[in-house]
Design a protein around this ligand. Structure first.
Ligand code: GDD
Ligand code: GTP
Length: 411
């Protein structure tokens, strides 16, 4: 018997996902035609013996209620619940706080998945790997470039046994190009280690501050407070994946996540993608179009495009590497490249909205006061006039753009 936890954070987070997170909590933002968190549930639904999923975060309860209703009908074999932390408890604090819920029914192991990642979730492979060692945790690892590595939890592992010898959260200098993906399989015995971690923190606080109880005492960090001591005690193992893996932090990184899942759908569930047809629009590569969207047959769409409900796409439009959200209108012969177009936005005719493809979508939106992210993002209800060009811009909701703009944040 297995369980799973999805860590979703709360409303004070996801600042880098603005302006898109102004209108929808990041876990519910759609990529490849489904909310980010649905892709996690889809992978969990394929794990044998897994019946219960606990979504843990500090969003208000009602944020997920509609989604949970939809998920109950889409994944009838999973029992999915939302458990709310009374405040941000850290990446392990909520897990510890709700330990009775997790332990109910005596599961032997449980998965923990960060919500802000996109990958094929090789969960069954992780279970097989977990059975082959005596550790308390198997974590998913992947290799990234040297420049990117220090933004993640970095690990050094024994290449023969996969034992993690050394774990450092976001090190200041390079230690390894093998990083933690934010997916773990734990034995339930790990709760004893969490208890020890809490006691260590209490002791440390006790000495420092003459025992003043502070809110931060409840925060337990999975990485520094738990994984690091686990690796020091040789109880942490890694399963390394070579399949695609993306972190979703900035709004622009949604484009890479969209591509990851569309390409996966093309292999595993091609029926979910739009089929090419003689009288339909020209489709290139993996494209998702919601059944209620209207796309003119002379449009050319793809690869890596998701088009949401009630979208209207006019004659001769070209769209590539983009997410078009609900009820957007795009006029005749306009061109949308490397962009996210927010809900209800209106793009006129012969307009261009474009970003620039970049390898790392997670670089900060601003660097030294200059806009650096190069996916163009239009917030909700933006309008772009005919024949204008919007290039490498972030546009906040409700803006009306009457002329062309280039590399700006438009508030
Ligand atoms: N429930 C809850 N409560 N969830 C939280 C909290 C909290 O207080 N704080 C963060 N989370 C959730 C986030 O929503 C996200 O899904 C996950 O925990 C990790 O978020 P961060 O704490 O922002 O860490 P990070 O993403 O910068 O780095 C972590 O993930 C990387 C992989 O994406 C670390 O674990 C790294 O080591 C790892 O490489
Ligand atoms: P691929 O066929 O995708 O490999 O690239 P391509 O450059 O050969 O053709 P594509 O259909 O992608 O379009 C070429 C370029 O035409 C795009 O990159 C746009 O910059 C430009 N373009 C500008 N406005 C329009 C428009 O209204 N319709 C189309 N189809 N293209 C436009």
């Amino acid at each position: 018997q297995y369980k799973a936890i999805i860590l979703v954070g709360g409303p004070s987070r996801a600042t880098r996902f603005r302006p898109l997170s102004l209108d929808v909590p990041k876990p519910l933002f759609p990529v490849a035609g489904a909310p980010i968190i649905s892709h996690h549930l889809n992978a969990l639904s394929k794990v044998k013996g897994l019946q219960e999923v606990l979504i843990i975060g500090f969003f208000e309860d009602n944020v997920f209620s509609r989604f949970l209703d939809d998920a109950a009908s889409e994944f009838p074999h999973l029992h999915i619940r939302y458990l709310r932390e009374y405040q941000s408890l850290g990446t392990a604090g909520g897990i510890y706080h709700f330990r009775d819920e997790i332990l109910r029914g005596n599961p032997q192991q449980f998965f923990v998945l960060h919500v802000d990642i996109a990958c094929p979730f090789p969960l069954n492979e992780m279970m097989d790997a977990h059975m082959k060692h005596r550790g308390l945790c198997t974590m998913l690892g992947t290799k990234v470039t040297r420049e990117q590595a220090t933004k993640y939890g970095c690990l050094v592992a024994n290449v023969d046994t996969n034992e993690v010898l050394h774990y450092v959260e976001k090190p200041e200098t390079f230690i390894s190009d093998l990083i933690s993906c934010g997916v773990y399989l734990f034995d339930t015995a790990v709760f004893e280690e969490m208890k020890k971690a809490i006691d260590r923190k209490k002791d440390a606080n006790h000495e420092e501050s003459d025992y003043l109880w502070t809110a931060s005492d409840d925060r337990l960090r999975l990485e520094q407070d738990l994984l690091r001591p686990l690796s020091e005690n040789r109880k942490l193992y890694v399963y390394v994946t070579e399949r695609p893996w993306r972190q979703i932090k900035t709004a622009g990184s949604a484009i890479a996540a969209n591509a990851t899942y569309l390409e996966q759908l093309a292999i595993e569930n091609p029926e979910r993608l739009v089929k090419k047809s003689a009288d339909g629009p020209e489709i290139i590569g993996a494209v998702y179009i919601h059944p209620s969207a209207q796309v003119d047959p002379s449009a050319k769409i793809g690869p890596n495009v998701s088009i949401g409900p009630r979208v209207h796409i006019g004659k001769g439009v070209r769209i590539k590497d983009a997410i078009i959200l609900d009820s957007v209108h795009i006029g005749t012969a306009s061109c949308i490249l490397h962009s996210v177009i927010g809900w209800n936005s209106k793009i006129g005719s012969w307009a261009r909205v474009e970003g620039t493809p970049i390898a790392d979508h997670n670089i900060a939106m601003m660097e030294n006061g200059v806009k650096s992210q190069s996916i163009t993002i239009l917030g909700k209800e933006v309008s772009v006039l005919d024949e204008t060009i919007i290039r490498n811009c972030i546009v906040l909701p409700h803006k009306e753009l009457k002329s062309s703009f280039h590399s700006e944040i438009l508030m």
